[in-house]
Design a protein around this ligand. Structure first.
Ligand code: GLU
Length: 471
């Protein structure tokens, strides 16, 4: 374990990067401070006993509203962790131009120890407490899923909110990551993983980056290790395998880690895990490694920690042999460990950029809720008709006929999922370019995390300047 806390680690990273900017000290302090934390304890009847449950909601910054960030259900939740995660949301939103402040919530329970009914009770009570203190609302603070929560919990939050705020026209925008048939959006569940794919693809397509680590350009065939098969790890693995052609040689999970040099199909592994009492151990063709963190230390091209914070610390940083680390989780590398990794020449793609796909599609979902209409509804048929006319004109002019498969492809109007993926890809690509530009132009900046922070800090301090809060 690292000696410093997650919050200290985030703040140290902040200070390190801030030293490369000329932003006045007072503004930096304003950006760094966590504006408000609501800490509550409430009773819930579980079986025959009453349990007192501890929960939090931290709003890190209000330079843009609403504030935004997930809700985590984990026994490890505490005030420091929630504040650290809320701070990361502020920087994340700035980097990908999602016009929100950062927030995060947490309930200190182990969700796997409760029945669905009990979880519903806890979620509804937590939501009620947030409503009571005006800590939730489409223009105030908008939660989303995080570790231990998903669309089901978001639907309960929405239903509780609507019960209290009957008649509020934009109520559906009080939470994102909802089931698609409950005012959610297509593509939100896969969004973080898909964003990780776009981000790592951009890095691997950058010749200077690949030269630095001695790899060929492109994702194709890159030997990859993934830690965590939750929502983020799962979709990252599946999409990077199918669309990027990477080879997943090892996977680490709670129950242990496995290696299979000729590649692990993540969909097959997920099916195996389900049928094998929730364990990846014994997956056909694989070898079990000594312990669950051994996979992190394997010789590979890309390492993707997609579980929790503080996984690579000064204890194991020296043993990491990956050439690239993609932070799909929030805070998997401590600030001390990062110094060691940088010295070893490892490129770290930071969380505040790489896992921003989730909040990006949350932003699209919120926009959909405010517009009360699904994306693509207005233009899909119009576009399709225009493309059909274009195809007919080409056929007329050339005197040749286009095949049925091509015709169908060329004359298709965009569905919601197409638009969501297109918006996400554009966001991840353009944000990568902004970060890389700073990194390439300023060698003293040294890491992509410093570069990403600089991009975020410049944007946020500009907001404060425009608000008139500037010396
Ligand atoms: N919990 C996710 C994150 O850490 C998503 C947040 C959101 O969609 O608001 O980025």
């Amino acid at each position: 374990m690292s000696e410093i806390s997650f919050l200290d680690s985030v703040n140290r990273n902040f200070d390190r990067a801030a030293s490369f900017t000329s932003i006045p000290k007072g503004i930096l302090e304003m950006i760094k401070a966590c504006n408000a934390v609501y800490e509550i304890q409430f009773p819930v009847r579980i079986g025959t006993e009453v349990q007192v449950i501890k929960a939090f909601r931290a709003q890190h910054s209000h330079h843009r509203l609403p504030t935004k960030g997930g809700i985590r259900y984990s026994k490890m939740v505490n005030k420091d962790e929630v504040e650290a995660l809320a701070a990361l949301m502020t920087y994340k939103c700035a980097i990908v131009d999602v016009p929100f402040g950062g927030a995060k919530g947490g309930v200190a329970i182990n969700p796997w120890q409760y029945t669905e009914e009990q979880l519903e009770k806890i979620t509804r009570r937590y939501t009620t407490e947030l409503i009571r203190k005006n800590f939730i609302g489409p223009g105030i603070d908008v939660p989303a899923p995080d570790y231990g929560t998903g669309p089901r919990e978001m639907a309960w939050i929405l239903d509780t909110y609507v019960t209290f705020k009957g008649g509020e026209i934009d109520a559906a925008g009080c939470v994102t990551g909802k089931p698609v048939n409950q005012n959610g959006i297509q593509g939100r569940t896969e969004a973080t993983g898909r964003g990780v794919y776009y981000g790592l693809r951009e890095l691997c397509e950058t010749p200077d980056a690949m030269k630095k680590v001695g790899l060929t350009t492109g994702l194709q065939g890159k030997r990859t290790v993934i830690q965590g098969l939750g929502n983020v790890g799962q979709y990252t693995g599946i999409i990077m395998q199918k669309e990027g052609g990477i080879k997943i040689i090892a996977v680490a999970e709670y129950e242990g880690s496995i290696i299979k040099e000729d590649g692990i199909d993540i969909e097959e592994l997920m099916a195996y895990r389900k049928s094998n009492n929730n364990s990846i151990i014994g997956f056909p063709g694989s070898t079990t490694l000594a312990d669950r963190t051994s996979a992190l230390e394997l010789d590979c091209d890309i390492l993707i920690p997609a579980a929790l914070e503080n996984q690579i610390t000064i204890e194991n940083a020296d043993k990491i042999k990956a050439k690239i680390i993609g932070e799909a989780a929030n805070g998997p590398i401590t600030s001390e460990a990062e110094v060691v990794l940088a010295k070893k020449g490892i490129i770290v793609v930071p969380d505040m950029y790489l896992n921003a796909g989730g909040v990006t599609v949350s932003y699209f979902e919120w926009l959909k809720n405010l517009s009360h209409m699904r994306f693509g509804r207005m233009e899909k048929r119009f576009d399709s008709t225009m493309y059909a006319r274009l195809v007919a004109t080409v056929e007329d002019l050339s005197g040749k006929k286009i095949g049925e498969t091509e015709r169908a492809l060329l004359t298709r109007g965009a569905d919601e999922i197409d638009l969501v993926r297109s918006g996400l890809e554009e966001t991840m690509v353009s944000s990568f370019q902004q970060i890389w530009k700073v990194y390439a132009a300023r060698p003293e900046v040294e890491t992509l995390r410093n570069a990403a922070f600089i991009v975020a800090l410049e944007k946020i301090s500009n907001d404060y300047a425009n608000l008139g809060i500037f010396p």
